[in-house]
Design a protein around this ligand. Structure first.
Ligand code: GLU
Length: 321
């Protein structure tokens, strides 16, 4: 109860009253999945995974997908039992398991993997009239690097550092959540933002449809070397036309969205969830454009935390592990 109360306080939503509305007559297990900003893709992962679980196991589970603060927050919340399941970038998953980056000295030993989802690109989106055409030109500008707890914040810090810039002095760094950052770009309160997200994302479509934007390539030699040294990064291209007004291919790098839980999560629940997802993969693929590329093979790649035993049971049954 304490955890649920804390959670309501954290999210500031009437979670308990909304749960009461959708509670089926028969007792079922409540599951809470945390995503990201409402205009990102993690929230869509949380919603659609829950939709499938509820649809095919309505008597057993009552799964709720909520917006949350992103990768680092979700990993910590899963570790503390505030969330049953969370969505997190593969680079943050790696750092959490190995006690690196924002998890420095604090390896998250209870983190367990379910599966990977869509690829996410590291995006640097600028308003065209800001005149920004490369990373060096961010100097002195108002730049959103992502809210604390987000996965993109670490990516922004990496890109800045690799180009000799410091978020604490060389730029005017903001820490807005993404739905606010997209609006702030249009309102000229910031000049650019970093966001690590699957495409197409509403968070980019909204400003692209309201002002002229450019997506700055992140393909310098220093970035390519950085990517080559890390197994969880790949260079990729965002095709021209993905967003209104961005008529050129944009080269950048990418991570994978991963779905994680706590080692203590019920084995039967995780087995049922994983089985439901893979048995109805076509439905999930159709739920969002970013999910079209999902295959069982891609979904078992890119994970650092060990598989949860419930997931492993299903993968072994399928002969995939
Ligand atoms: N990659 C972002 C993060 O880890 C979230 C992106 C999204 O919500 O789709 O915070």
């Amino acid at each position: 109860m304490f955890l649920r109360k804390t959670l309501v306080a954290i999210f500031g939503f009437g979670l308990i009253s909304s749960l009461a509305l959708v509670q089926p007559a028969r007792a079922s297990q409540d599951i809470l999945i945390g995503g990201g900003s409402v205009t990102g893709v993690y929230y869509q992962v949380a919603l659609h995974v829950c939709n499938l679980l509820n649809k095919y196991n309505s008597e057993s589970y009552n799964c709720v997908g909520r917006p949350a603060l992103g990768s680092v927050f979700n990993i910590r919340a899963v570790e503390r039992g505030l969330l049953d399941i969370g969505v997190a970038q593969s680079d943050r998953n790696f750092e959490a398991v190995n006690g690196l980056g924002e998890f420095s000295g604090k390896p998250q030993d209870n983190l367990r993997s379910l599966f990977s989802m869509h690829p996410e690109t590291i995006l640097l989106v600028a308003r065209k009239d800001s005149g920004i055409s490369n990373v060096s030109e961010l100097k002195g500008k108002f730049i959103n690097i992502g809210n604390p707890g987000s996965g993109q914040r670490g990516n922004a810090e990496d890109v800045l550092r690799l180009h000799g810039l410091n978020s604490d002095g060389d730029i005017k760094a903001e820490g807005l959540q993404q739905q606010e950052a997209s609006r702030a770009l249009v309102d000229k309160k910031i000049d650019a933002f970093f966001y690590t997200v699957g495409n197409p994302a509403a968070a980019i479509e909204e400003p692209a449809n309201s002002t002229e934007i450019s997506i700055i390539p992140l393909n310098s030699d220093v970035i390519q070397n950085f990517v080559n040294e890390r197994s969880y990064y790949v260079m990729t291209t965002i095709p021209a036309g993905t967003y209104t007004g961005v008529d050129n291919d944009v080269e950048t790098y990418a991570v994978t969205a991963t779905v994680v839980t706590n080692a203590g999560a019920s084995e039967d629940m995780i087995y049922d969830l994983v089985k439901t997802i893979f048995s109805n993969l076509e439905e999930l693929q159709k739920a969002h454009k970013a999910f079209r590329v999902l295959t069982p093979e891609s979904m078992l790649n890119g994970l650092t935390a060990p598989f949860h035993p419930g997931a492993l049971r299903y993968y072994k049954e399928q002969g995939w592990k």
